[in-house]
Design a protein around this ligand. Structure first.
Ligand SMILES: *[C@@H]1O[C@H](CO)[C@@H](O)[C@H](O)[C@H]1NC(C)=O
Ligand SMILES: *[C@@H]1O[C@H](CO)[C@@H](O)[C@H](O)[C@H]1NC(C)=O
Ligand SMILES: *[C@@H]1O[C@H](CO)[C@@H](O)[C@H](O)[C@H]1NC(C)=O
Ligand SMILES: *[C@@H]1O[C@H](CO)[C@@H](O)[C@H](O)[C@H]1NC(C)=O
Ligand SMILES: [Ca+2]
Length: 771
């Protein structure tokens, strides 16, 4: 072997070693820093087992599980004895073995979810005026004693001797210091449980950071004992209060479900000041079991009147989060509460969204006061903050209303809040007057809660008529929304069985997008009330889009459902977005609720039954019209576009989709068409429509299977693009590292070549010649 070749081989092997170590490094980096797309699997399972707890216990024992407890229905919570507490991969063997047992109908290995408490850390407090209670911090409780319409009018309720007596509130959180001197008298063991520790004791775990003080702080706002010379005064200071310790550990679907369903015949009100991360990029909601727990709660809790779930709307304001992306506050079953500062401003942490029902006071900027309440170690604090502090105040006010009238259902409570909340003194740029004359805002809902007014109204309240629901699928499928553009879709609701007066409205939307945070969605009711269902989220770069996400709005409460609803989707980004399908889910009552007779019929101008007839798209059984199962007797009829488009056949046929997106051109065409309606065009359209219908009928099966394949392809394509994205990111990094290696190796090579050359020159060449 020549000396040069030897030199080359040596450098090559050095380079190879380097390359390998860099590769290993890269792999390690990629593995360690890869975004946690899937939450960690825990050692807990939820299993659907028929035959009662005894059978479940036996099953658990037979498969190496520790039986924990019943979750709800026939679902049981159990923990495997040897599976590790956290892993990135599911335990397939244990799972399969469990499923093979034919006593087990279904089972889910529980995954840990990211749930954040809705306070934040900052300091401030100062006392103000003096009143009748001797509790040391009472003078500092500005949000209860300022008067002049600048508190939540709680004293008016107290003056009527409504103080929460007989009402049970529980705080779903990180525990409750049950022996706190200001809570002890009102502490209710039956409203308390420790889901994290699997026992009856909700005491928080103490650590150096006091990281589990949150639940105790929330409890004091509701039911700190009044006039005991200690600390604070709760809004419902004679109510019973308990704590469910569930945030200090893995928060899984089963843990949430057990907490939400806990002792629902005893507990009246559940207060939750936590939720999915408020980071401005998460879209997450209750899982299957938690959803069932909500449903059981509102249908069976409180002897069928329904558990009252009060929820903090979220603290993601700084990250431009939108509380409609949080499936807990966005739910119709939760009474979702935002915050206002001492000066009536929108706090910096506040998230604006159309599912927020009302507001209570909380902390604000540095100069503004915060919330006074009990703290762990038997302490008292003047610095409870965020929407975390708002939800328990609302829960306390609801407890007062409930004492005034125990028969209130979960929906009655929401109706009463809508009717009594006060917009006065709350400053937001987006207050609008809706179709029934109520002012509503995305930051404050219907305004500041008014305890006195709620108690008064609760006393004379007659239970609302039963809730009806109708679903109106939109026939517009697969519309693309190019970058820097928007689409406008009309959905005409002609009939909505049993719903004549609206409560909650959901737009269930499936969207794909190159960057989810670039999208904005607005919904305008027939009465002209415009809700922002989704605002831009700067941090949300997800490609996951939305899959039948039920964006909820309470802004059209009391309006009529009939007429044209308008959905606008704006895509302000650089990537293509595509609307898959969407539908309206309208909730409400058949007859008007007491006091609503005066309501303005918002949709009169839009309904013209005669005109609608010929343009109705029959969605019943239409495989392309929406795959959802519809749970109502009479199906709603749907019109693809406004009735205006009908008289402008030219616009509709020639301009097609643009017609909807470009209202100026559309209305021009409409004006031309309006003057002289052309019956022949009608006839042609009619016959085309008949032909289409019969075609659809004959090819029904094909269409269904086609649709299924398309859906399958879509999932596959999504998956592939997801993977490609990661591969791209990975190879990018790899490329950079390889370049670095090559650079390093080249240098090294030159170095060693030079070195070797010099040595060789000295050794072999230069000596003979150099002499
Ligand atoms: C609180 O207790 C004091 C006596 O310590 C009493 O004078 C006052 O009336 C009480 N206040 C209320 C609201 O009961
Ligand atoms: C709604 O706001 C408008 C404009 O600020 C005001 O004139 C009106 O009185 C308000 N209506 C109610 C019911 O508060
Ligand atoms: C709604 O009310 C009308 C009139 O009272 C009644 O005829 C109809 O059956 C009701 N519909 C439903 C779905 O309850
Ligand atoms: C309206 O439509 C016509 C063709 O139908 C087109 O030439 C024109 O540019 C459109 N106007 C606008 C404002 O888009
Ligand atoms: Ca006290």
């Amino acid at each position: 072997m020549s000396a040069e070749a030897q030199v080359q081989r040596r450098t090559a092997s050095v380079c190879a070693k380097w390359t390998w170590s860099v590769l290993v490094l890269v792999v390690v980096i990629v593995v360690c820093c890869a975004p946690r797309t899937v939450d960690a699997y825990t050692n807990q399972w939820a299993a659907h087992i028929e035959g009662g707890p005894e059978v479940a216990k036996q099953v658990a024992a037979d498969h190496g599980f520790r039986y924990l407890d019943k979750i709800l229905g026939d679902w049981y919570h159990m923990e495997h004895r040897s599976v590790s507490k956290r892993s990135t991969e599911p335990q397939k063997k244990v799972h399969t073995r469990l499923l093979r047992d034919n006593r087990v109908l279904r089972a889910e290995q529980q995954r840990s979810k990211s749930r954040t408490k809705r306070d934040y850390v900052e300091r401030h407090s100062s006392p103000t005026m003096q009143m009748t209670f001797n509790d040391e911090k009472w003078p500092a409780m500005w949000y209860l004693n300022r008067g002049n319409g600048l508190d939540m009018n709680v004293q008016e309720a107290w003056a009527e001797d409504i103080t929460g007596t007989g009402i049970v509130v529980t705080i779903l959180d990180d525990g409750l210091e049950k022996d706190h001197p200001d809570l002890l008298r009102n502490y209710d063991p039956e409203a308390s449980y420790d889901v994290n520790g699997q026992d009856d004791d909700p005491m928080p775990r103490y650590d150096a950071m006091d990281s589990n003080r949150h639940g105790t702080r929330c409890a004091g706002e509701v039911a700190a004992v009044a006039n005991n010379s200690n600390c604070a005064v709760g809004v419902a200071y004679d109510a019973s209060v308990g704590g469910v310790r569930m945030l200090d550990g893995d928060v899984t679907d089963a843990v949430e479900a057990r907490s939400l369903a806990f002792n629902s015949q005893h507990i009246h009100i559940y207060s939750a000041s936590w939720g999915p991360d408020d980071d401005g990029k998460t879209v997450d909601g209750p899982g299957e079991l938690a959803t069932r727990a909500f449903i059981e709660g509102i249908t069976k809790g409180r002897e069928g009147r329904g558990s009252i779930f009060v929820w903090a709307s979220g603290n993601g304001g700084r990250d431009h989060d939108n509380c409609n992306c949080d499936g807990y506050t966005n739910s119709i079953w939760t009474l979702s509460i935002s915050s206002a500062t001492e000066n009536g401003l929108v706090p910096w942490y506040s998230e604006a969204c159309s599912s927020t029902l009302a507001t209570t006071y909380s902390s604000g900027s540095n100069g503004e006061k915060q919330v006074v309440t009990t703290d762990i170690h038997h302490h008292c604090t003047g610095s409870h903050t965020g929407t975390s502090a708002s939800a328990p105040l609302a829960a306390g006010i609801c407890a007062l209303a409930l004492e005034a009238n125990l028969r209130l259902t979960w929906r009655d409570m929401q109706h009463i809040v809508v009717r009594t909340a006060k917009p006065a003194n709350l400053k937001a740029p987006d207050w609008v007057t809706n179709g029934v004359g109520r002012n509503v805002s995305h930051s404050f809902g219907y305004g500041l809660m008014d305890a006195g007014a709620m108690v008064k109204l609760a006393r004379r309240w007659r239970t609302v008529p039963e809730q009806h629901k109708c679903e109106v699928p939109a026939p517009n499928i697969g519309r693309t929304i190019p970058p820097k553009s928007q689409i406008t879709l009309m959905l005409h609701v002609k009939e909505c069985s049993g719903v004549n007066f609206l409560e909650h409205v959901q737009a269930k939307v499936s969207l794909t997008a190159g960057r989810r945070g670039d999208l904005q969605i607005q919904l305008t009711s027939p009465a002209g009330t415009k809700s922002t269902l989704l605002a831009k989220r700067l941090h949300d770069a997800s490609k996951a889009g939305f899959n039948q996400w039920p964006f909820m709005s309470v802004h059209t409460w009391g309006e009529r459902p009939h007429g044209s609803w308008k959905l606008e989707i704006h895509n302000e980004g650089r990537y293509l977005a595509e609307l898959g399908e969407w539908k309206l889910v309208l909730y409400g009552t058949n007859t008007s609720v007491e006091g609503d007779e005066l309501a303005i019929g918002g949709s009169k101008g839009n309904v013209d039954v005669d005109q609608i007839q010929s343009n109705v798209v029959d969605t019943e059984g239409d495989p392309l019209g929406g795959s959802q199962r519809v749970d109502q007797a009479t199906h709603t009829e749907v019109e693809q576009t406004t009735n205006e488009d009908q008289t402008s056949g030219a616009c509709k046929t020639t301009a097609g989709n643009q017609c909807l997106g470009d209202s100026t051109n559309c209305s021009k065409a409409k004006q031309q068409g309006n003057g002289a309606p052309q019956p022949d065009v009608y006839e042609i359209l009619k016959s085309i429509s008949t032909d289409l219908k019969s075609l659809k009928e004959t090819h029904r099966e094909d269409l269904i299977s086609l649709k299924k394949s398309l859906e399958l392809y879509r999932t596959i394509v999504q998956e592939i693009s997801h993977k490609l994205y990661f591969i791209a990111a990975f190879s990018d990094q790899l490329h950079k590292d390889m370049e670095a290696v090559v650079r390093a190796c080249t240098l090294k090579e030159v170095d060693s070549l030079t070195l070797e050359n010099e040595r060789l020159r000295e050794d072999m060449w230069l000596e003979p010649f150099g002499a």
